[in-house]
Ligand binder design. Structure first.
Ligand SMILES: Cc1cc2nc3c(=O)[nH]c(=O)nc-3n(C[C@H](O)[C@H](O)[C@H](O)COP(=O)(O)OP(=O)(O)OC[C@H]3O[C@@H](n4cnc5c(N)ncnc54)[C@H](O)[C@@H]3O)c2cc1C
Ligand SMILES: NC(=O)c1ccc[n+]([C@@H]2O[C@H](COP(=O)([O-])OP(=O)(O)OC[C@H]3O[C@@H](n4cnc5c(N)ncnc54)[C@H](OP(=O)(O)O)[C@@H]3O)[C@@H](O)[C@H]2O)c1
Length: 510
């Protein structure tokens, strides 16, 4: 009986390293890895040993017999991935090529001391990788008083298995040689130059904090907000404590159908009793319990063949408790992800509130309501055949992607909203020369795409560059005797250091 990877797959590839028969693909060294929506077990070669189950940080892998009704399509999704791979003549990489070789520091070089800015997935995977070098030390600086970035403040509260990734991060946090400085905003409380005076290198893993704005007429009406803000609200992000959302109307519109769009639609329509079992922020639960919403329309300017959501998240939405997922009858699902909905039993898809997926709707403007005043009454869209469609709603959430903000002291590409780099080394965009001792990883490096685990191979690339530079004597060299912490944290009461005596227990150290 084969094992099956299900919805919460985070693509960190721990399972591929654990599998003794190489039956989980794609691996991080495969060209498919960055675009694959999840990893898949080949049922014809799986030996049912369960090694992948123990390795998976988000409990995404189950034996076939343990699949729930809603998870049954994943058996076929896993199988078909491998059938198509074989049909395309793709050859799986040999096991001997993995995992990546351990990092080696030149014998005459002291172990590096590195500052990591940001405690999200990219920062923690980078720290974990550096600490494979014996004697290396890492200090993680985090502007918030709670660590783990979007793994804590982005992942939806009802994605409870995915949220268990924080257990892996907590293990990394207890690693020998790692310390944390919470409540320190690098750029405000401490500068890059100060960090370079105290550490051999600085890795920026600051993510993409802002949302892409949708500047349309009426965007300043009350009731027009962003998915980013709602996500921050339901996850109790300290920057969203005063957020409010008008849930008094029967309908909300979400613009953009990426996974974040699906997340917010699902949270807005899931039964409050089910949300109460999660660690959703109490203020958000209270607002949702009083909500009058009957339906959420998730819109996309393109057709179903170009849907930005991933198949696992679509199936997750369709099977959310109390949520009915609807499509217009004229939507041609043939050959698209939406075809998979037909494999779910009708009972799984049924619910009291509706999420309706609409396609081919380009937002044009937001209209004030008929009662007058600065409150949203409707969203106006244009369709591919030039018709205008007005959708009444008191709440509209733009969900058109995240965007990084410039990092003080670093170059910034205003087009891609990322820091220019070569294999993680920050470079001067005019000369192409690397800035000594300065690196990037995660969303600030490659833009706001990918899953939690995608940041692991990304961080590994950056750390390989850093260790190469260390071995070649290219790091700036900190001041002799320079301390490895900031002298004063703005709110010293929440400063925290991991116990240095704790055993090293991150996934690859164990
Ligand atoms: C709403 C949402 C839901 C998601 N859900 C899932 C999911 O269910 N499954 C999945 O696999 N992927 C999910 N993802 C994707 C995943 O969260 C990202 O791939 C990942 O978090 C990016 O990691 P990062 O470390 O680059 O950025 P982040 O996670 O954003 O971490 C950046 C960290 O840097 C800190 N920081 C920023 N500036 C400074 C500064 N100046 N000084 C100090 N610290 C600073 C921030 O506070 C933050 O803690 C989701 C993404 C979003 C937006
Ligand atoms: N469970 C999970 O695994 C999970 C959960 C949440 C997020 N994530 C990941 O996090 C990343 C970010 O997700 P996201 O949903 O924020 O972004 P996204 O996947 O990039 O989706 C953005 C959506 O906005 C639309 N859009 C962009 N510009 C627009 C405009 N001007 N007008 C109208 N629509 C516009 C896009 O449509 P076009 O395609 O037409 O441009 C697309 O539908 C993704 O990689 C996602 O997979 C993962």
């Amino acid at each position: 009986m084969p094992h099956v990877i299900t919805q919460s797959c985070c693509s960190d590839a721990s399972c591929t390293y654990a599998c003794p028969v190489n039956c989980i693909q794609p691996t991080p060294d495969d060209p498919d890895f960055l675009t694959a929506e999840m990893l898949c077990v080949d049922p014809t070669t799986c030996v049912d040993c369960g090694a992948c189950v123990s390795a998976c940080p988000v409990e995404a892998i189950k034996p076939e017999r343990a699949l729930t009704e809603a998870e049954i399509p994943f058996l076929e999704i896993n199988r078909l991935y491998h059938v198509r791979r074989a049909q395309a003549g793709v050859v799986d990489r040999p096991l001997l090529a993995r995992p990546p070789a351990r990092l080696q520091v030149r014998a005459s070089a002291p172990p590096p001391s590195v500052a990591v800015v940001g405690s999200g997935p990219a920062g923690l995977y980078a720290a974990d990788e550096i600490l494979t070098v014996p004697g290396a030390r890492v200090t993680v600086f985090e502007r918030l008083s709670e660590p783990y970035g979007l793994a804590r403040f982005g992942v939806a509260p009802d994605h409870r298995r995915t949220r268990r990734i924080s257990t892996q991060f907590a293990q990394i946090r207890r690693s020998r040689g790692l310390s944390f400085e919470l409540g320190v905003d690098v750029g405000t409380d401490v500068t890059r130059d100060e960090l370079l005076g105290r550490f051999d290198a600085v890795i920026y893993a600051v993510g993409a904090a802002a949302d892409r704005p949708l500047t349309l007429p009426g965007a300043d009406l009350l009731g027009v907000s962003s998915a980013t803000r709602l996500v921050a609200f339901y996850n109790g992000h300290p920057d969203a404590g005063d957020a409010t959302f008008d849930l008094s109307g029967p309908r909300a519109v979400v613009i953009g159908n990426g996974n974040v769009g699906l997340d917010v639609a699902r949270i807005l329509t899931t039964e409050p009793d089910r949300l109460a079992e999660t660690d959703i922020a109490p203020a958000a639960l209270a607002a949702l319990a009083a909500s009058e919403l009957e339906e959420v329309i998730v819109t996309s300017r393109r057709g179903p063949e170009a849907a930005a959501f991933t198949l696992p998240e679509l199936l997750g939405l369709a099977s959310a408790p109390g949520v009915e997922l609807c499509l217009d009858p004229d939507v041609d699902v043939a050959g698209t992800k939406l075809e998979w909905l037909e494999r779910l039993p009708a009972a799984v898809r049924a619910g009291r509130r509706r999420v309706r997926l609409r396609f081919g709707l380009t937002p044009e403007r937001f209209l004030a309501g008929p009662e007058g005043g600065p409150h949203l009454g409707a969203v106006v869209f244009s369709t591919p055949d030039g018709v205008t469609e007005t959708v009444p709603a008191r709440l509209a959430l733009t969900s058109i992607g995240y965007r990084a903000v410039p990092v003080p002291g670093l170059p910034f590409d205003p087009e891609s909203h990322t820091v220019p780099h070569a294999a993680g080394r920050v470079i001067d965009p005019t000369t192409g020369a690397p800035l000594p001792g300065t690196y990037v990883t995660g969303w600030i490096k490659r833009g706001p795409s990918g899953f939690l685990g995608t940041n692991r191979s990304d961080a590994q690339e950056t750390v390989r560059s850093l260790i190469e530079d260390h071995n070649a004597g290219r790091l700036g060299g900190r001041q002799p005797g320079g301390s490895t912490g900031v002298p004063v944290a703005p709110n010293g009461d929440n400063r925290e250091r991991a116990p240095m005596s704790a055993p090293v227990r991150s996934s690859r150290h164990a």
